[in-house]
Design a protein around this ligand. Structure first.
Ligand SMILES: [Zn+2]
Length: 423
């Protein structure tokens, strides 16, 4: 398989650290609000990647973190006058529910930040121990000047990489926080640097180090996470262990846009997954998402979703008669998936497979893409056909014809093989 890595800015052959085992980490949500279609895009893409890799026979350990300690959670919990934990758990449930509604069921383990506090503190202690973390009145910070490879992933010049957090106690405005001192309600923990809570970037590396070790295969997330989040992760992990690269394949999904603007909570133009599912079923949403390559921007529109619906209906309308394997179509599907997860080409292959009546491939590849390509009646249809064959063999033509008529009423034409001559 070939995968594009943001780190090398090249499409590279995919080679895992250990044979037939893939370690995949994707940044999960900050659970303070309902997930929107932007999340759907990212998580559908990595769901398909995990399912495809598993289909090729590789064992995929797919971990996602759940950011359940964060300023946004603290603020919203205060607004709603509920505990941070109750708020975080509520939106974590909404997130899991929406993911399952979209057929996203490939994640091996969801790791909450708040259940990894000892690992986080331990990692910060080691960063302070080697002198790249330093302590101020407000917390513990990472000295970005200590890490020469900083900026490699984003390609940004150093003066642009200024952390949004302004704190005059920091040595350098670009330094980022590892531990925030203070009382933050229930989500406050004791640490060697006083009571407080972790910064955002350290939760990912504490979690990945625990489950994968210092190096792993694929780190995924939305394009907007490259800086500062993923740069910070690299600085933390690679400073600590000196192993480079922490991750070889950095995969970033393009933005989902609405009328040319990125879909985001801050812009207020987001469409909740739950709302989208009221109009469009999950197969249509997945088809629509996969019709664009994951690195391209994806424009959400009513028209685009409607076209996806029509295209999917077309596949289902023609995928009726089983003509056996269509090798060209199968090769095209696999070649597309192998080529940096080129799902638009994979869907073109699906159309060819449907046109040639390779129903077996449509079922199998449909499981990888998480989309049903056969008409709903197909599975019962084959059972009904078996029953009809039995009836005809025992000369109960009247009942067999009645079943054929019912199938025909559902819009499916049935042609019977000639009866075996009776001995
Ligand atoms: Zn993350």
């Amino acid at each position: 398989m070939q995968l594009y890595s943001t780190l090398s800015r090249m499409v590279e052959p995919f080679q895992t650290l250990y044979p037939d085992r893939v370690s995949l980490f994707v940044c999960g949500p900050t659970v303070y609000n309902y997930p929107h279609l932007g999340h759907a895009r990212t998580y559908v893409v990595f769901d398909v990647l995990a399912k495809y890799l598993r289909w090729t026979g590789q064992e995929v350990l797919y971990i996602q973190n759940i950011t359940d300690v964060d300023d946004k959670i603290i603020n919203r919990a205060q607004e709603e006058k509920i505990s941070q934990k109750d708020l975080a758990r509520k939106f974590e449930r909404e997130y899991i529910k929406d993911m399952l509604s979209l057929g996203i069921d490939s994640v091996s383990y969801h790791a909450r930040a708040t259940t990894h506090i000892p690992e986080i503190i331990n990692q910060i202690e080691r960063l302070v121990g080697i002198g790249v973390g330093y302590i101020t009145e407000t917390g513990v910070y990472f000295n970005i000047d200590s890490f020469p490879r900083n900026g490699e992933l984003s390609g940004q010049s150093k003066d642009k990489r200024i952390s949004r957090v302004t704190d005059t106690k920091k040595h350098n405005p670009a330094d980022f926080v590892l531990w925030k001192r203070g009382e933050y309600g229930e989500y406050t923990w004791d640490s060697p640097w006083g009571r407080g809570r972790p910064g955002w970037h350290i939760e990912d590396t504490a979690i990945t180090e625990k489950y994968f070790g210092q190096q792993y295969d694929i780190h995924g997330g939305g394009l907007d996470l490259i800086f500062p989040h993923h740069e910070a992760e690299i600085a933390q992990m690679e400073s600590l262990e000196g192993k480079h690269p922490m991750v070889r394949y950095w995969m970033h999904t393009g933005f989902l846009t609405v009328e040319g603007e990125k879909m985001s909570k801050s812009l207020g133009n987001f469409i909740k997954i739950q709302d989208a599912l009221k109009t469009w079923d999950k197969d249509i949403i997945r088809y629509f998402i996969l019709l664009s390559h994951y690195r391209s921007p994806l424009q959400v529109s009513e028209e685009g979703l409607l076209n996806a619906k029509k295209a999917l209906e077309h596949i289902r309308a023609i995928a009726i008669t089983d003509n056996g394997p269509y090798p060209e179509g199968r090769d095209a599907f696999i070649a597309a998936m192998e080529s940096d997860l080129n799902t638009p080409n994979a869907i073109a292959a699906i159309h060819a497979l449907a046109a040639h009546g390779d129903l077996e491939a449509l079922i199998e590849y449909g499981e990888i893409l998480g989309i049903r390509f056969l008409p709903e009646t197909s599975a019962p249809l084959s059972i009904l056909q078996d029953i009809r064959a039995e009836l005809r063999a025992s000369k109960q033509f009247e009942i067999a014809d009645m079943i054929r008529k019912k199938i025909a009423d559902a819009g499916i034409q049935v042609t019977d093989p000639p009866l075996k001559p009776l001995k």
